[in-house]
Design a protein around this ligand. Structure first.
Ligand SMILES: Cc1c2[nH]c(c1CCC(=O)O)Cc1[nH]c(c(CCC(=O)O)c1C)Cc1[nH]c(c(CCC(=O)O)c1C)Cc1[nH]c(c(C)c1CCC(=O)O)C2
Length: 376
């Protein structure tokens, strides 16, 4: 057991605080808790990614999941965007599909095709192929080591976010075997095999809870759940197959962290689940992440101050000239207000985006939010 994990297990909050370098910029954590900050904190989904030439150079010729298994590489890729831009948070370089791998499935990242499962789940009997009990500390130890290393190397500059895919999104990958427009194979399970679907979602939930707690024990200072395939579900199926598991994860992680005297904000990002905004704001998450299809003012109204909000500029707005990006950011900030708000994109950065425009986005968030704060 590593020193930090020992202190964590002993619930020794005082020693825990001294183990890692002291945090210098806590605007992201304060905004997550709904506090007023001097500027609105900002980070980008997929900020460690192919739009950066140094990322492409580091990844060149290396297998994607091999890279995920190397703590040194993950640490380097996580830190790269921070060397260029004054982001207020870092997200650990990894992938949501490490969880299906921990359950015993084989996944490869194929160039031009994306994630590809060798042998996807086809029928409920295939659930027997999955590990009935997963030793998360063994199977996902490489992620924990990457987090601990990065938390040291980041030198307290900004907080480090850990993450997991949410159960439905992982289930859909495990059945589709890769990307899909219709998700019809996975949705077929929901209509045809609801009990087996719930069984799989419960298995995933149990592993995700352990995985997130392990990430905090390794040094993660916030956690984000990615329900990237929420939009393919309608409100009825979301309520049955996604929301209860999202709630269960937050409640179980929080109960455990409370025992440890740990306060780690949790973010839920359910892409295209505009129909469930009210429910998501009552799901035990401090922050609800939004895609760009939701109007900031209406999101504030519908969540009624119960949560902080994160998002939601259309990533494609980064193709606009810099002055236009600045105007778009200003309007977005006016819509959300500067309190209890974390600026981000409504989804991840694309590989062909210009790093300079990412820099313009970050700068505009800081500049306009500081000006807004001066006026009140
Ligand atoms: C659905 C999903 C995946 N992975 C993830 C999601 C949820 C977020 C979302 O909705 O996009 C989450 C993820 N994937 C990655 C991160 C790292 C942190 C960060 O955001 O910077 C995070 C948080 C790295 C990655 N994960 C991946 C890349 C690009 C491939 C590479 O680096 O070689 C990165 C930087 C690969 C990946 N991994 C996945 C896909 C669909 C792809 C794209 C495949 C392609 O475009 O070729 C599965």
């Amino acid at each position: 057991m590593k020193l930090y994990q020992k202190y964590f297990a002993e619930k020794n909050a005082l020693k825990l605080a001294y183990y890692f370098p002291q945090l210098k910029n806590n605007t992201f954590l304060r905004a997550a808790r709904g506090e007023q900050t001097e500027h609105v904190p900002v980070w980008c989904m997929r900020q460690a990614g192919r739009y950066l030439p140094e990322f492409r150079a580091s990844r060149e010729g290396k297998d994607f999941f091999e890279t995920c298994r190397s703590p040194e590489h993950c640490c380097e890729l996580t830190l790269q965007p921070l060397r260029r831009f004054p982001f207020d948070a870092a997200i650990i370089f990894s992938d949501i599909l490490v969880v299906p791998q921990a359950l015993g499935m084989e996944v490869q990242m194929l160039t031009g095709k994306g994630p590809t499962f060798t042998d996807p789940l086809k029928e409920p009997e295939d659930l027997q192929r999955l590990r009935a009990s997963v030793d998360v500390n063994k199977e996902l130890d490489y992620v924990f080591r990457a987090i601990t290393l990065t938390r040291h190397k980041i030198e307290g500059k900004v907080p480090l976010i850990g993450f997991s895919g949410a159960p439905w999104t992982l289930m859909s990958y495990m059945i589709e075997g890769g990307g899909s427009n219709t998700h019809s194979k996975a949705k077929r399970w929901l209509y045809r095999h609801p009990e087996s679907s719930h069984m799989l979602l419960r298995m995933l939930t149990d592993v995700i809870v352990e995985y997130l707690l392990g990430q905090v024990a390794a040094g993660a200072q916030a956690l984000q759940l990615f329900e990237s395939h929420a939009g393919i579900l309608g409100p009825v199926q979301f309520k049955e197959f996604s929301l209860p598991y999202l709630r269960d994860i937050a409640r179980r992680v929080k109960d455990k962290l409370k025992e440890m005297d740990q306060d780690v904000p949790m973010i839920v990002f359910a892409k295209d689940a505009h129909y469930a905004l009210e429910e998501l704001s009552e799901s035990h998450y401090e922050v609800v992440g939004l895609d760009w299809t939701i109007d900031p003012r209406s999101a504030r109204k519908r969540t009624g101050g119960k949560v902080s909000l994160q998002g939601n500029m259309d990533p494609c707005a980064l193709y606009a000239p810099k002055e236009r990006i600045s105007d778009i950011v200003k309007k977005m900030l006016e819509g959300f207000g500067s309190r209890g708000y974390i600026a981000n994109l409504g989804h991840g950065l694309y590989p062909d985006m210009d790093p300079e425009n990412v820099g313009a986005f970050v700068e505009a968030v800081h500049l306009h939010s500081k000006n807004m704060n001066k006026q009140v």
